[in-house]
Write a protein that binds this ligand. Structure first.
Ligand code: ZN
Ligand code: ZN
Length: 350
């Protein structure tokens, strides 16, 4: 074991505060890394405040981690000391079930081990995330950061990036497809970039006219203001895919109406009941599909990093001093960040 330091919440109502703790001595297949940058995901806030009801404390968030390898276990073959690597939302899974065999560790039938607030499969200790100076993770759950990428803005690709890339790939978005992106926060602005890079014609759906200009700057070909009924009606039957990044309950019916037959409405932001209810006719009459998708497996997480390097895609970020993490949480809740805070771990004093 070795001493580490990080920022953690001691309860659902406590702000994040510095905490010293112990990281395990690397096992044979483990990589130890010095954390350089860690993105701030909205999930970090939901979990720190136990808003999903399954948090465990102390809770040290952070699952958009970029770091430098400091040591490796005896059996590690993929990485060596000094390599720049990433860790996303998962640090382990059963590794043998149907989903794991298919490189879909995020859908592990036994439930994957999350990067934080989860139980380590070997020793039962609580996993602690990347708001810390060091991590120890099995090499199977570590990815390589391509040299071409800026390290700080690469961090959010490990959650916000893979979350939007994976469904676009899975459902086969191809050149010429008409893709609508709903919402333009951390996820939405990445979704626009990926759909464009895949050759799609991309439309941002946003509630506010004020975001229209910014949507185009991010690469959207068109913008539809969703609060404008006429614009929504004019869009009827036009889209092949909707990538829905809206994290709060909203009426899906007007959006479904914009899909052509066989169109797919993909939920990546919502993890609450759909309310108001979806009218079945909106699906039945056009063989439309509502789908959900959650992050991606390790192979695909490596793929999205390589895709970003190839297509010059990065996340728009605001650098954060970890001492201001609680203020940053408030700003994320208000949607007041373009588009992701990334903690510069040099600001964490041991
Ligand atoms: Zn996340
Ligand atoms: Zn599994």
């Amino acid at each position: 074991m070795f001493k580490a330091i990080g920022y953690a919440a001691q309860s659902a109502t406590a702000p994040l505060a510095p905490m010293t703790f112990e990281r395990r001595t690397p096992r044979a297949d483990d990589v130890a890394l010095e954390v350089l940058f860690c993105g701030v995901c909205h999930s970090d806030i939901h979990q720190a405040r136990n808003e999903w009801g399954f948090a465990s404390y102390p809770l040290m968030p952070g699952h958009e981690i970029v770091g430098k390898v400091t040591s490796v276990g005896a059996d590690v073959s993929k990485y060596k000391v000094g390599d720049i690597v990433g860790v996303g939302c998962l640090v382990d899974s059963c590794r043998t079930c149907e989903a794991c065999e298919a490189n879909l560790e995020q859908y592990c039938l036994e439930g994957p081990t999350q990067t934080y607030a989860s139980r380590d499969r070997v020793d039962g200790t609580l996993t602690m995330g990347g708001y810390s100076n060091a991590m120890v993770v099995s090499e199977r759950f570590v990815v390589r950061i391509p040299e071409k990428l800026d390290l700080a803005s690469a961090a959010p690709i490990l959650c916000a990036g893979i979350t939007t890339y994976s469904p676009l790939k899975h459902f086969g978005v191809k050149p010429g497809d008409k893709v609508g992106v709903l919402g333009m926060g951390g996820l939405g602005h990445m979704g626009i970039k990926f759909a464009k890079a895949m050759g799609a014609e991309v439309t941002l759906f946003t509630r506010s006219q004020a975001k229209a200009e910014e949507g185009r700057r991010q690469g959207a070909d068109h913008v539809i203001v969703s609060t404008n009924e006429n614009e929504m009606k004019d869009a009827a039957g036009r889209f092949d895919f909707l990538l829905d990044t809206i994290p709060v309950q909203h009426d899906l019916n007007p959006y479904l109406n914009t899909l052509r037959f066989d169109g797919v409405h993909i939920l990546v932001g919502l993890i609450e009941p759909i309310d108001p209810p979806v009218h079945a006719f909106n699906l039945v009459a056009k063989r439309r599909v509502i789908a959900g998708s959650m992050i991606g497996g390790l192979a695909e997480t490596q793929e999205v990093l390589d895709f970003c390097a190839e297509h010059d895609i990065t996340c728009d970020i605001e650098m954060l001093d970890i001492n201001n993490i609680n203020e940053a949480f408030e700003r994320v809740v208000k949607g007041d960040v373009k588009y992701r805070f990334v903690i510069d771990m040099k600001t964490l004093k041991a």
